[in-house]
Structure formats: structure tokens, C-alpha cells
Design a protein around this ligand. Structure first.
Ligand code: 2P0
Length: 354
């Protein structure tokens, strides 16, 4: 009979990621299988990341989770799928000094407590679910002594939130949509690590920190059902862009990278507009940021900054180097002066390393 006093804990930290070729649309809602491949860049954990501590103890009566210090329910299918998949892969654990011995099958009956927090406002619409589920799956896997690589873990994180699978790796990452019905080949694959293209600087201009009106999950469902353009995007456009983007990243070819990134963001928002009823994630300020970047890039004769917008109005600006980032910030401050009618809520600046 083991003492009920022990507690075993693991803490992990995971940054969010920003897609440069976007995921939008599922072919399986429960397993979260995408209708196209996507490519993202993982951010520096200093700025947008989730820290999660998972604990297990025989004295815990049920699985419980706190997000940003508030208790939340674990009843949803996404949490349950992640917990089930990790428990199914758990292994024996022993710490003789502390007198802890957990056998493989014990994990089914032991309960976990999960404490997760974001170092950025969850409401800001800045891809909090990506970092959150990646961190949850990674820390649970460590706690339960799961012996699988990050690729296999990414297939579990994917079942929490599609974009989460890409946060298991640093640098540039591809989420391969896969072919299998069970999702076993729908995993994240690292393309290049965070050192490969370390001149890039990412600026996030928080246009509005209010929560988005249409969730990504329901938005993409409505797009798949009602948009006439989405099939063309998923089948014809994205496959070609994925190949070109991989090449551009490998060669650190910023002009091609910027052109593909901006076009893909614009097409993602075009299929949102093509949805019935239409979904508007960008607002007037977002449009003005696009014009500002487009004009500057054109004036320079070669792109200095790429822009991309997710399911919200905030601009993610990827500058080719520190000098371009500094000039971009100057321009933003000029066009959107603080404390004016058109000011931005904040800036988050970082490089892209994990
Ligand atoms: C992406 N987004 O590739 C795209 C671009 C938003 C726009 O992945 O339903 O939170 O949890 O799989 O991952 C946001 O969608 O959606 C997203 P679910 P998720 O980053």
C-alpha cells in the first residue's frame, strides 16, 4: 500500500506558432484532420507562450484543470481525446528514493491536476489554443513517461487543436494533412530549426485585444460547407504554395517567402468572405496595416516585411531583418499614433526562435 502523500509534477513551456500557409477547413471534425497541409513558424517563448504544470497524486479524486488560475471543465471531447491518447501510451515509473512506483496500468486510475497559464491575454485572439494543447500534451507525456517522439505527440496535440500540432517543434514546421482515416499520418514535421533563418524578426501589432466573434472551429466548418472557393484553394493553390514555401524557407529567399505569406493570408480571408454568412476577421485598421506594408515594400523595390492575419484583426509582421523591423515600427507609430483614434493596443516583438 503506497502512501497517499506523494505528488509527482512536470512543468513545460511551449510557444505559439503563426501559419504562413494557413490551415482552414477539416475533413474530420473529431480527429481534427485538415483539408490541406500548412506551414508555420514557431515564436520565441519569451513573448507568446503557455506554461503548464501537470501533477499526479493518489490523493487526487478527479482530473481537474485551471487555465489562467480559473478552473475550467475537462469534459469536452478535445481534452478527453488528449488525456485518453496519452494514458494509452503511459509507461512504468519508479522513484525508489521517494517510494513512488507507478505501473503502466495504474495511470488509468490515477487522476491529474493541470495548471496552465498564458503569458499573453487569452482574449487577444493570438492563437492561445495552439500553445495550450501542445504544452498540455507534451507535459502529460513527460509525466506519464510516454516514450514517443514529438512527431507522434503532435498527432495527439492535433486532436486538441489543429494548429497545436505545429507547436511541438521550433523553427519552421509543416503539418502534413495525411491520408489515413485514423489520422496516424496527420502529423507535424520540422522543416528547418530556429537557427536556420535567425535574421527574421516578428512584430505582432495588436489591433484589438477583444475576443473574436466567430471561433475558428465554427468558422472553418461554415467555410467548408458554403464556400465555392475553398475547394480550389485546398486542392489547387495550397499544394503548389507548400512546395514553393518549403523551397523559399530552405533558401532564405525573403522576396518569395513574403509574396507567398501575404498572398496566402489574403486568400484565407477571401474564403472567409466567400463563406455564407461571410466571416470578417480583419477590420479597417488591419486593412490599413496591409496598405502601409504593401506601399513600403513597393517603394523599396523588394519586400522588407511580410504580413499575415489569423482569425482576428491583429497583424503579424515578419521583417527580413532587425533594420526592417525597426523601420516597420517607426512606420506603425507614424500611421497609428498612440492615444489617437487609430492607435494600436500594443506591440509584441520577438524573434522566431524556440
Ligand atoms: C492556422 N488558424 O493555420 C489557421 C490560420 C487560424 C487561421 O489554425 O478547430 O484553433 O482547434 O483545429 O487550430 C486556428 O484554428 O482550430 C488556425 P481547431 P485552430 O494557424
Amino acid at each position: 500500500e503506497q502512501s497517499k502523500k506523494w505528488i509527482l509534477m512536470v512543468t513545460a513551456q511551449t510557444p505559439t506558432n503563426i501559419a504562413v500557409i494557413k490551415y482552414w477547413g477539416k475533413r474530420d471534425e473529431n480527429l481534427i484532420l485538415a483539408i490541406n497541409d500548412s506551414i508555420s513558424v514557431t515564436l520565441d517563448p519569451a513573448h507568446l507562450c503557455t506554461t503548464t504544470t501537470v501533477a499526479v497524486s493518489p490523493s487526487f479524486q478527479q482530473d481537474r484543470m485551471w487555465l489562467n488560475k480559473k478552473e475550467i471543465s475537462l469534459d469536452g471531447a478535445r481534452y478527453q481525446n488528449c488525456l485518453r491518447e496519452i494514458r494509452a501510451r503511459a509507461n512504468d515509473y519508479e522513484d525508489e528514493k521517494k517510494g513512488i512506483k507507478i505501473s503502466k496500468n495504474d495511470w488509468q486510475n490515477l487522476h491529474v491536476h493541470i495548471d496552465s497559464y498564458n503569458n499573453f491575454p487569452t482574449a487577444a485572439g493570438l492563437a492561445s489554443s495552439a500553445a495550450g494543447f501542445a504544452c498540455l500534451v507534451f507535459s502529460l507525456a513527460k509525466l506519464m513517461n510516454v516514450q514517443e517522439d514529438n512527431g507522434r505527440l503532435s498527432a495527439i496535440a492535433r486532436q486538441g487543436s489543429g494548429s497545436a500540432c505545429r507547436s511541438l517543434f521550433g523553427g519552421f514546421v509543416k503539418w502534413v494533412m495525411g491520408k489515413e482515416e485514423d489520422g496516424s499520418d496527420s502529423i507535424a514535421v520540422p522543416l528547418v530549426d530556429e537557427k536556420h533563418w535567425d535574421e527574421l524578426v516578428i512584430i505582432i501589432a495588436v489591433v484589438s485585444s477583444r475576443q473574436k466573434e466567430t471561433s475558428s472551429t465554427s468558422g472553418m466548418r461554415e467555410t467548408v460547407v458554403t464556400s465555392a472557393l475553398i475547394e480550389h484553394r485546398a486542392k489547387e493553390v495550397v499544394p503548389k504554395r507548400i512546395i514553393q514555401m518549403e523551397e523559399a524557407i530552405k533558401n532564405r529567399d525573403f522576396p518569395t517567402f513574403a509574396q507567398l505569406t501575404c498572398s496566402d493570408s489574403n486568400q484565407f480571408h477571401a474564403v472567409c468572405m466567400d463563406t455564407s454568412p461571410p466571416i470578417f476577421y480583419m477590420n479597417d485598421t488591419s486593412h490599413r496595416v496591409i496598405s502601409c506594408v504593401e506601399k513600403w515594400n513597393r517603394a523599396e523595390g523588394t519586400p522588407q516585411v511580410a504580413y499575415t492575419f489569423d482569425a482576428g484583426p491583429n497583424a503579424v509582421l515578419i521583417a527580413r531583418n532587425r533594420k526592417a523591423a525597426a523601420l516597420m515600427l517607426q512606420r506603425l507609430l507614424f500611421h497609428f499614433p498612440p492615444n489617437s483614434d487609430t492607435d494600436l493596443d500594443s506591440y509584441v516583438i520577438g524573434d522566431k526562435s524556440i
